[in-house]
Design a protein around this ligand. Structure first.
Ligand code: NAD
Length: 434
């Protein structure tokens, strides 16, 4: 089929590449000229394992192209996906101006006699589909036929390609049989379970899913506090409860909290949506509170051990919000760096993929950066592990101890084995483990 994706970021670009991989013809549109120029030269503007090969293969096969022109994308396609940002506003509600703008842009280029399915893949509040349809109707002077569908995306950054190629489920929210049938055809090659719903339910599924995952993280972090107060071990408790099939072990890893471009904004949005609808979801406010105080408690532990942070040389391993991505948006690791810098510490950070973006977006001003974990640790009076990159587990502990001024480790992701680290001569503090 012929598809267009408007917005070629983490969701749009990877989705476009995966749709092309299964044989569809895809035009990826973005209004960021620099990004499109990079893509046209064969450069990949984001780091996502497996993406580069996928892009090159499908461009070479003539199934994938890039443009800044919405008109070109809409003209060439039967189905138009919207994958633009839905950032938070200061009160937590969603800024829908990107979605509204794209709806107007699509309406302006729809031609009489055309039929297009407009699919919202961005994460949006329930009832947004209705507003998108109203907007297109109002701005589409030629009276072209169209249907709006909600198709929320559940990919995880860091494993977006396998997540898209082998999804747990596909959610298609639509009120038109014709549009739903086309969507089912698009997804047929993925051989995944498809759940067809009305538009409102599909939109709600995405916010409810992310909020539930965030709730699991805050739940185990609250349990970790009880473990610390009682001398229990949160890893063992998580294994014990997580091996119950009704609960599951995923998202039960204690740490310094969730971050990233989705969870914080989606939980805040779901709270705002519930309040707007007159049914406040107060449980989620506690989820947010546990999450933000988790980082504060971690910084307090560092302060307690080092007494004064001003002028202390502190190495931070990790800047991205999770491993295997270069995404540093709303990263807790970045916030840890900012907290330490704000207290006057001399921070030297290392991240395998995120340093460039952290510098470009001016997120770690006042901190220095290193080119390897050991370079960051050179002469450090403490080491903070803020992202659970696999690379950090491979560092030789004897070399690390030699490099550091004082062998103190604060592991915010429970990445290392406490016994191994202590046997290597470190004073080691982690989350919820005695
Ligand atoms: P992103 O910022 O990486 O990409 C969005 C792209 O849209 C950018 O390249 C931007 O230049 C482009 N854009 C903005 N306005 C445009 C316009 N008018 N025309 C053409 N292009 C335009 O964002 P993302 O992380 O891909 O997220 C997109 C949506 O998907 C959000 O709603 C997000 O919540 C949701 N989502 C994200 C993830 C994730 O892991 N990143 C997962 C699931 C859902």
């Amino acid at each position: 089929m012929k598809l267009c994706i408007i917005g070629s970021g983490y969701v749009g670009l990877v989705s476009g590449a995966c749709f092309a991989e299964v044989g569809h013809h895809v035009v990826c549109v973005d209004n960021n000229e620099k990004k499109v120029a990079q893509l046209l030269k064969g450069e990949v503007p984001i780091y996502e394992p497996g993406l580069e090969e996928l892009l090159h293969r499908n461009v070479a096969a003539g199934r994938l192209s890039f443009t800044t022109s919405t008109e070109e994308g809409v003209d060439k396609s039967d189905v138009v996906f919207i994958a633009v940002p839905t950032p938070p506003q200061p009160d937590g509600s969603v800024d829908l101006s990107y979605i509204e703008k794209v709806a107007r842009e699509i309406a302006a280029v729809l031609k009489p006699g055309q039929y297009r399915v407009i699919v919202d893949k961005s994460t949006v509040p329930v009832k947004t589909g209705e507003k998108v349809a109203d907007t297109i109707r109002r701005y589409n002077k030629g009276g072209a036929e169209f249907d709006v569908v909600s198709n929320p995306e559940f990919l995880r950054e860091g494993c977006a390609v396998p997540d898209l190629m082998k999804p747990d489920r596909i959610v298609i929210g639509g009120n038109s049989e014709r549009a739903v049938a086309l969507m089912q055809k698009i997804y047929e090659p993925f051989m995944a379970p498809v759940l067809v719903t009305d538009i409102n339910s599909a939109e709600l599924i995405k916010h409810a899913a992310n909020s539930f995952l965030a709730l699991k993280i805050s739940y185990i972090n609250a349990v970790a506090r009880i473990c610390e107060a009682s001398g229990a071990d949160v890893e063992k408790v998580a294994d014990g409860i997580g091996s119950d099939k009704r609960i599951g072990r995923n998202f039960l890893n204690a740490g310094i909290g969730y971050g990233g471009s989705c969870f914080p904004k989606d939980i805040a949005a779901f709270i705002a949506i519930s309040e707007d609808l007159g049914v406040p979801f107060t449980l989620l406010k506690e989820v947010e509170k546990i999450n933000s105080t988790q980082r504060e408690r971690f910084i307090a532990k560092i302060r307690e051990a080092l007494w004064v942070l001003k002028d202390k040389k502190i190495a931070v391993w990790g800047l991205t919000f999770k491993p295997d991505t270069d995404d540093v948006r709303s990263s807790v690791a970045v916030q840890v760096v900012q907290d330490l810098v704000a207290e006057g510490a001399d921070v030297i950070a290392y991240d395998p993929k995120g340093t460039e973006k952290a510098i470009e977006f001016q997120l770690i001003q006042g901190a220095r950066v290193a080119k390897s974990p050991l370079e960051a640790a050179q002469g450090a009076e403490a080491l903070v592990i803020a992202t659970e990159w696999n690379e950090f587990t491979a560092v030789d502990l004897a070399e690390l101890k030699n490099a550091m001024h004082t062998p103190l480790i604060f592991d915010g992701r429970n990445l290392l084995n406490p016994e191994t680290v202590r046997n290597a001569g470190f004073q080691y503090t982690s989350i919820g483990r005695s």
